[in-house]
Design a protein around this ligand. Structure first.
Ligand code: FAD
Length: 483
């Protein structure tokens, strides 16, 4: 019979659980993508991420065509309008079964339940699969059957399960075969409503993303090159923003252009014994993939995380500051702290930011400026090309000390010493803060102390870190009732 595969953040054909299962069950398939521009605005989807999606859909359409599966795109304003639209489409094409991969966020989950209900009322099956994690949420549990709240024991149990699982699966990841039956005729559908021919175009603000290739081979090459050339030194290089030492695969993982299983398979192909060497580069990289899983699992176990709530309830008592000037200075990279400013400018220019810098800028925002982490989280989301609710929220709540297994509130990053440690010669700073290119190394982290500082068109530090640190600790201490 005819099935429909509903693509969301799983924009690939390789190792796509829903697609593989659907092609086993049905002899004819249609693929659907449903952009929801109003919802995206509400969720702060960045123009760069939307552009990456658009470019990838063009590739996906071609790949699906090779499998005899036409791709239809239906743009609707928001999730509320989706159930009815999908019901109409399945009616027009006589579809009996809808397949998709789960999205774990609150609104997405609610949307899927509504679609499933409406379809069930009309005798159409709806099946969703765990796909975006190596080990599905709610499967990595404590002995008491509860979700882990701390990363290290989570990782230990995750690795136990992973060892067990990888012994069972001989093939690293499956690739679907073309369907035998000819592609379903979709030409009779109204092309205005159900776009099936012509160039894919989304209605969303535009931002250029050509630095990020979207074709299968280029993404695979990036993964394999990382594993061959960079994974070995990852543990040494991953904290140095001036070194191209991380994989830069996050935009692909966030949109499901690549699965974490593909990442691990490529890593294990180079380092089959990496689980035995936890201090080395390859394992350190695997560790980051496990962090990604941890945040996704947390979001399922604690749905409040996708609803703007802090993990630690006491932190809602923190009296956050309100300063438009500070906010703007941080957003535009004009805080007078060179490492923070370089990072924020990298974000504006490229939509990507190095992990160490995400930690430094988020800590500066929530501790030195004492601004509410929601605001920083939103700014990141609306500019990141790899925006991902679970990882972004996890990262922000970690930095703000509001999350599970977060940075303790009394351990506040010093933005100057962080710069000295991770960008000692100021190479990264000079790449992004051009005003500082002639400042000698000795002053690059505190240019206001350079005897020729007067000549610079660069702000003095907008806060005194020492005083701001004490203030933040005091405020958190009182909120926790420890003062
Ligand atoms: P690599 O170092 O090569 O790591 C490989 C992959 O592991 C990454 O692509 C990513 O999928 C995952 N990963 C790595 N570090 C982390 C981490 N700390 N938490 C969760 N997953 C991780 N990551 C996002 O994908 N989207 C976000 O919106 C996001 N927001 C963040 C916000 C803050 C405040 C912080 C501190 C971190 C955030 N991260 C986010 C995590 C991390 O910074 C990025 O995943 C990483 O910098 C991406 O670069 P890479 O692909 O070169 O990573």
């Amino acid at each position: 019979h005819i099935g429909l595969v509903w693509f969301r953040h799983d924009l690939r054909v390789v190792d796509n659980t829903a697609l593989i299962k659907a092609s086993e069950k049905c002899n004819r398939l249609v693929a659907l993508y449903t952009p929801t521009p109003m919802q995206w605005h509400e969720h702060n989807v960045s123009p760069m991420q939307a552009n990456l999606i658009e470019r990838r859909l063009i590739v996906l359409k071609e790949q699906l065509k090779q499998l005899n599966i036409p791709l239809i795109m239906v743009e609707v304003p928001d999730f509320n309008s989706l159930p009815q639209v999908i019901l109409e489409l399945v009616g027009e094409l006589n579809i009996k079964h809808v397949f998709c991969n789960k999205q774990y966020e609150w609104n997405e989950n609610k949307r899927d339940s509504q679609v499933a209900q409406l379809l069930a009322n009309n005798m159409v099956r709806f099946t969703s699969f765990d796909d975006s994690c190596v080990i599905p949420p709610l499967k990595v549990l404590t002995k008491k059957g509860e979700a882990f709240k701390v990363f290290t024991p989570f990782k230990r149990e995750w690795l136990n399960l992973f060892r067990h699982q990888s012994q069972q699966s001989a093939r690293p990841y499956p690739v679907p075969e073309p369907l035998d039956a000819p592609p379903l005729e979709v030409e009779q559908l109204d092309n205005q409503k159900y776009q099936h021919s012509g160039r894919i175009k989304l209605t969303y603000p535009f931002a250029e993303t050509m630095l990020w290739p979207v074709d299968e081979e280029a993404i695979r090459q990036r993964l394999v090159t990382f594993c061959i050339e960079k994974a070995a030194d990852y543990h040494q290089n991953r904290d140095i923003p001036s070194i191209d030492g991380t994989s830069c695969l996050s935009p692909y993982l966030a949109l499901g252009m690549l699965s974490p299983r593909q990442c691990i398979a490529a890593l294990m192909a180079e380092y089959p014994e990496c689980l035995e060497y936890p201090d080395e580069g390859a394992f350190t990289w695997l560790n980051e993939i496990i962090w990604r899983e941890f945040y996704r699992h947390l979001m399922v176990a604690f749905p409040k995380l996708s609803r703007n709530q802090p993990f630690q309830p006491w932190t809602s008592k923190v009296p956050w500051a309100h300063s438009e000037d500070h906010l703007r200075a941080w957003q535009q990279g004009r805080t007078g702290f060179p490492i923070v400013d370089a990072a924020m400018r990298q974000l504006l220019a490229t939509g990507w930011m190095h992990n160490r810098l995400r930690m430094i800028t988020a800590s500066f925002f929530t501790k030195d400026l004492l601004l509410h982490w929601h605001i920083g989280e939103q700014w990141f989301m609306s500019h990141l090309i790899d925006g991902d609710l679970a990882s972004n929220n996890g990262g922000w709540q970690w930095a703000a000390s509001t999350g599970t297994d977060a940075q303790p509130y009394f351990r506040v990053f010093n933005p100057t010493t962080q710069g000295e440690r991770f960008d000692p010669k100021g190479e990264f700073i000079r790449t992004w803060v051009h005003e500082l290119k002639d400042v000698p190394d000795k002053y690059i982290h505190q240019p206001h102390n350079w005897p020729q500082a007067e000549t610079l068109d660069y702000p003095k530090p907008i806060v005194d870190h020492k005083a701001a640190r004490l203030m933040a600790i005091d405020v958190f201490k009182k909120a926790k009732g420890e003062a």
